[in-house]
Design a protein around this ligand. Structure first.
Ligand code: NAD
Length: 518
């Protein structure tokens, strides 16, 4: 059994250690999930809502103690844990409680042009949404509470049980997710945690008897998770990597745009799937933008921001990540780029790397095209709207992006043409905290949704029920077949799809007679 040992990447102090879950336990864990899910789904809706309201209250009243675990495991500033992990979780809990009453409401299915006929035949269809069963959540370490909690609360609101596999970089935060549900009075087995490495525990969970796998992580691992899930045809939701563009138009509010860039590039030390990684600036404002941006970034204080509220950027998750940043900067320079600022690890104790910007790079260079999971941004210029959109869309990733302009109509028009699941006009990144808005990527950034109506749709089975009052003895297409049946079918095609309504008076009584069994 593997032992997971966790250090704080800011202080290099030991956070704790724990055993990984034996893989042989997974079937038993899933058995417990099934039992808990049945118990949960059988509870009256009002009671389930009360439980999730208590969950929201529990998280809101324990913000600091949960944030402490998040900060110890990731090294991020306390305010970032509160804003990005805790508030997004609370927003998802609030949205879930709000939406629960309507989630399970049956809804009628219309028949379009066939409606009159279906009414005559006394038939109707409806969707009775029902829970999927057990949802596996495989989570990353960068928002180790915010991401799995918001996915779990929506899954549970939709009547499912959850098995969460947190990243081995954030196992204790994963356990906090479970603790919150237990404290709120959810059944013991409703939200369980599997501790372990991805290639063992993650792989075993993705290929186990679950009803959906929600994976959030890198594109490379996403492919492995899909390959594991395909063994049982488990449906998957893939929330993968990004390389978000920021497009700054000539008429943008530059002080706001440059302050946004300083936050959007370096929040969570650049380890956010929707951090800005490419900035395209109109040539007319390129120089002033660079100056304002550099000035904003120079005021970001590095450190461990648990006790010091002025720390604006924490460490990277590991020394390997720092080495990766060093290699990416070296490659950018090798490919013709210039380091505008940063570019080095610091001499501080933890895994710190300076906020970094690279200019003078080609669109085709690695620093513009490959994922950078750290505090490096590439800045390029453009001349026309069309060119800006083409550059922004020239990426294998398409997670989100932003356009900055004082002309909102132009902003909307550009945003509508940019790739990505979410493109904002004059804002960046934060819509993950608006749980009613859909979250998901395209291309190498994945597919499927968490959050919003679209997210709930993936957590419920749209169970279709079709009801026939049995007005007629038989259907036109039932046995026995024969010449008359063939003629009637062909006649119906002519009337229904070729508009030969003149034939209806002769044909329909024959159809009726046949359906009455005569
Ligand atoms: P990762 O892909 O290394 O790991 C994610 C999870 O998958 C972890 O729990 C890991 O243990 C597990 N895993 C690893 N190998 C596995 C395997 N073979 N089978 C099953 N599970 C396996 O990602 P990370 O380093 O934790 O997180 C950073 C990545 O996540 C970045 O690429 C980032 O862009 C992405 N991300 C995406 C979103 C989004 O919403 N699209 C959000 C956050 C992070």
């Amino acid at each position: 059994m593997e032992r997971i040992v966790k250090y704080n990447p800011a202080t290099l102090e030991l956070v704790g250690e724990l055993d990984s879950t034996p893989l042989n336990d997974i079937p038993l864990i899933l058995q417990r999930s099934r039992a808990a899910q049945a118990e949960w789904a059988a509870r009256p809706l009002a009671e389930r809502r009360r439980t999730l309201k208590r969950l929201q209250e529990h998280v809101a009243s324990n913000v600091d103690s949960i944030a402490k675990v998040v900060c110890q495991e990731t090294g991020k500033p306390r305010v970032e844990a509160i804003n990005a992990d805790l508030m997004t979780s609370l927003s998802a809990a609030m949205y879930s409680v709000e939406r629960m009453p309507s989630l399970f409401r049956p809804r009628a299915v219309g028949f379009g042009k066939l409606s009159i006929m279906m009414r005559y035949l006394r038939r109707h269809s409806y969707i009775q949404p029902r829970p999927l069963g057990v949802v596996a959540i495989i989570a990353p370490w960068n928002y180790p509470f915010g991401i799995p909690f918001s996915q779990a609360v929506m899954a549970v609101a939709a009547g499912n049980a959850v098995v969460l596999k947190p990243s081995p970089e954030a196992p204790f935060t994963g356990l906090e997710v479970r603790k919150a549900f237990i404290a709120a009075g959810a059944p013991e087995g409703l939200v369980q945690v599997v501790i372990g490495n991805g290639s063992d525990a993650g792989n075993a969970l993705a290929s186990s008897d679950v009803d959906r796998v929600i994976f959030t992580g890198s594109t490379e691992v996403g492919r492995k998770v899909m390959a594991a899930a395909v063994q049982r045809l488990n449906p998957v939701t893939m929330e993968l990597g990004g390389k978000d563009p920021m497009v700054v138009m000539g008429d943008a509010d530059l002080p706001r745009a440059s302050a946004a860039a300083a936050w959007g590039c370096y929040v969570n030390a650049g380890q956010t799937c929707v951090c800005i990684k490419r900035i395209y600036v109109h040539e007319s404002v390129y120089q002033p933008f660079l100056e304002m941006f550099s000035e904003s970034v120079s005021r970001i204080k590095l450190g461990y921001g648990w006790d010091d509220p002025e720390v604006g950027m924490g460490p990277l998750i590991s020394d390997r990540a720092v080495k990766d940043m060093e290699a990416q900067v070296a490659r950018a320079v090798e490919q013709g780029g210039t380091v505008l600022f940063g570019g080095r690890r610091t001499d501080m104790k933890g895994h710190f790397f300076e906020p970094t910007a690279i200019v003078d790079v080609e669109q085709s260079s690695d620093i513009v095209q490959k994922e950078t999971f750290g505090p490096i941004v590439a800045i390029l210029r453009f001349r026309t709207d069309v060119e800006a959109i083409a550059l922004a869309n020239d990426s294998s990733y398409a997670l989100s992006g932003s356009v900055w302009t004082s002309d909102l109509a132009r902003g909307r028009s550009i945003a509508e043409r940019m790739s990505g699941g979410t493109v904002s006009v004059n804002n960046v990144g934060y819509t993950f905290g608006l749980a009613s808005t859909p979250w998901g990527g395209r291309k190498d950034s994945g597919f499927g949704y968490t959050h919003g109506e679209e997210g709930f749709a993936e957590l419920l089975e749209p169970h279709h029920v079709h009801v026939d009052r049995g007005r007629f003895a038989r259907e036109l297409w039932w046995h026995p077949y024969g010449r008359e049946g063939l003629e009637l079918s062909k006649g119906l095609v002519d009337i229904g799809f070729l508009g030969q309504y003149g034939r209806a008076a002769a044909l329909l009584p024959r159809v009726r007679r046949r359906m009455k069994g005569r």
